[in-house]
Design a protein around this ligand. Structure first.
Ligand SMILES: [Zn+2]
Length: 90
């Protein structure tokens, strides 16, 4: 498991979707506890989601933002940050 696996799981969790195979809630929390980069990523992803929802509300769109759009934003967010080397185990 590397950070990008955990970030995929985080975005599933934000979407209310089941976590990818091989990652459970506990291992995700354990990773977050020791990986400040993923905590920061989750924080940004959450904020971006909230902004997307607020914007949708401001436009009087009577439904939640298209999950496909949110997914694209999350993907862009992911590619914005190139693969980081794993932190050494401590
Ligand atoms: Zn990480």
């Amino acid at each position: 498991m590397n950070c990008s696996d955990y970030r995929t799981a985080l975005s599933c969790r934000l979407d209310g979707e089941p976590l990818p195979e091989g990652i459970d809630e506990r291992s995700l929390e354990e990773h977050l506890a020791q990986c400040p980069r993923c905590r920061e990523w989750e924080r940004r992803a959450k904020r971006l989601r909230e902004e997307t929802q607020e914007r949708a509300a401001g436009d009087h769109i009577p439904q939640a933002p298209d999950p496909e759009v949110v997914r694209r934003i999350l993907k862009a967010l992911q590619s914005e940050e190139p693969e980081q080397p794993e932190q050494p185990e401590q």
